[in-house]
Design a protein. Structure first.
Length: 222
């Protein structure tokens, strides 16, 4: 039986010219706000710099889950924790000292999360289990919203669930999550879902979040 389900809308696909009102639409029904930080180096896209991100984080009515898709992330990860993020995700592929950076994120007051790209083997990072509060398994190649869900990543999600066992570690999936794909991720063992275009392209974003949560909760209780 699945434990608590978390829905974390990503504002990557929100209307950035009306960002505060977009966030307000889903604030009462979501668990966290997913903030994708891209630097056009680690991934081929550029979103918010630290200054712009700080404004979003400090004004957000939701706890912020920052996903740092940036090169040389060790120092900046701690800065995101220090300005008030509830959770900070670093990528295994971009971090010089993964154990120390995860520890530093925790010390600064945030949950420590390790992101894994599609071609990265989760088993290489099993030894870090005591330093991780959440694993993020990418179900698309990071860089752009609106990509198609990679069903082939479900074996990796299952393997990560095995690694986690009964530990209170969240298992997040990010990329192509919708009413059509969330069931596969649930069945593989995910409990935390980043949803971007499926929420912000919906006629009623809040209703979509509620529908996703209701489906996931009902499915997980079977």
């Amino acid at each position: 039986m699945l434990g608590e389900v978390r829905i974390t809308p990503s504002i990557l696909n929100a209307d950035k010219s009306h960002l505060q009102s977009e966030i307000a639409k889903i604030a009462q029904v979501s668990d966290l706000l997913h903030l994708d930080i891209m630097d056009n180096h680690f991934v081929p896209n550029l979103t918010w710099d630290f200054g712009a991100a700080s404004t979003i984080i400090k004004s957000s009515p939701l706890p912020v889950d920052s996903h740092l898709m940036v090169a040389d992330v060790d120092e900046i990860a701690v800065q995101y924790a220090e300005i008030g993020c509830a959770s900070v995700t670093i990528h295994a592929e971009a971090t010089a000292d993964i154990p120390q950076t995860l520890k530093n994120i925790r010390k600064a007051g945030a949950r420590s999360s390790l992101g894994i790209k599609p071609n990265t083997d989760i088993s290489d990072y099993e030894s870090l289990i005591d330093d991780v509060d959440m694993f993020l398994i990418m179900t698309v190649e990071p860089g752009f919203g609106g990509q198609s869900f990679m069903e082939s990543m479900m074996d990796k999600v299952r393997r990560t669930r095995e690694i986690i066992g009964n530990r209170p570690i969240w298992l997040q999936v990010d990329g192509g999550i919708s009413m059509k794909t969330i069931e596969m991720a649930l069945d593989a063992g995910a409990d935390t879902f980043v949803v971007g275009s499926a929420v912000f392209n919906a006629p009623d974003p809040a209703a979509m979040v509620v529908s996703l949560r209701e489906f996931a909760t009902a499915h997980g209780s079977k």
